[in-house]
Design a protein around this ligand. Sequence first.
Ligand code: PLP
Length: 360
Amino acid sequence: SRAFNFSAGPAGLPEAVLQQAQEELLEWQGERASVMEISHRGKAFIACAEQAEHDLRKLLDVPPDYAVLFLQGGATQHFAQIPMNLAAPGQAADYLLTGSWSLKALSEAGPYVDAQSIASSEGDGFVDIPDAQAWSVRADAAYLHYTPNETIHGVAYDYVPEAGAVPLVADYSSSILSAPLDVRRFGLIYAGAQKNIGPSGLLLMIIRRDLLERTGQARARIFQYAAHAKEGSMLNTPPTFAWYLAGLVFKWLKQQGGLSAIARINAEKAELLYRTIDESAGFYRNPVAKRARSVMNVPFTLHDPELDVAFLEQSKAAGLLALKGHKLVGGMRASLYNAMPLAGVKALTEFMTEFARRHG
Ligand code: PLP
């Protein structure tokens, strides 16, 4: 039977979605073939793709002056592709650093722009976010980049950075669709699919249309967001199966009551886990400043690292998967994406309390 999967990504999908995909796997919508075996340019797949975009627009209330793109390459490729599209060669581009992923975004932009960190919490080991008043954006910056949720460090912003006329670019890979957000505050939102959207191989981008008109840098058409927008994200063969599954996830989210409803469940899940950690009399510890604690990724350490192996073995045997922390921070990490039910977090916290009782 299926276990509760706390993986940081690729992560678990809603069981109802997997079941529907299983039922439709061999013959999809009267096509007498699988959705992954038919042309992306045929009527049936185009309708499926358009429906997914329509449902996503409804979920996030995406205004008409924003394009929605279904791309490939993962967030990592777009760390490099975003500066190519939004900035002239060597132009200023500002970054807020709150963990490994924003650091990587800065470093990958290096060959294309004058990428600078304007605020960083690295000195404290990435356990907090910068104060909103502690930084300012260079007036000539092509954009301001930040990472609303740092998957490895479990650090999340409790505010949307204000960059004035400079477009705000956000790597939402690990928190997209976990709560409502105001798309109008952003110039560009991007997210790898493999946490809250669907299988890996798909990248979702929401970009204000005026930014598609920026000249950017010399690059092939395949690297031009404007070309992808013009061709309906079908400049070349898209990851059709991942796109179809993302569409099923969007429908599932609507059935759950939309993003406000899912945000309430996510808050309840995270609150339960942080409370268990905080009330463990030091047996478990999360190092992140309270205001910056992520609702999606909860890293924690055991008071004695010698217990890590036993914790991992026993939690796995209890049907709680993938709790090993990232090697950069050590200890454990529980990722609580949308597909993780409250029952999974209850099972985890009961296990943790019992483990602490036995080993404390
Ligand atoms: N950004 C964030 C916040 C992530 O969590 C990840 C992956 O876990 C990435 C970027 C990299 O994504 P990809 O492996 O799809 O390039």
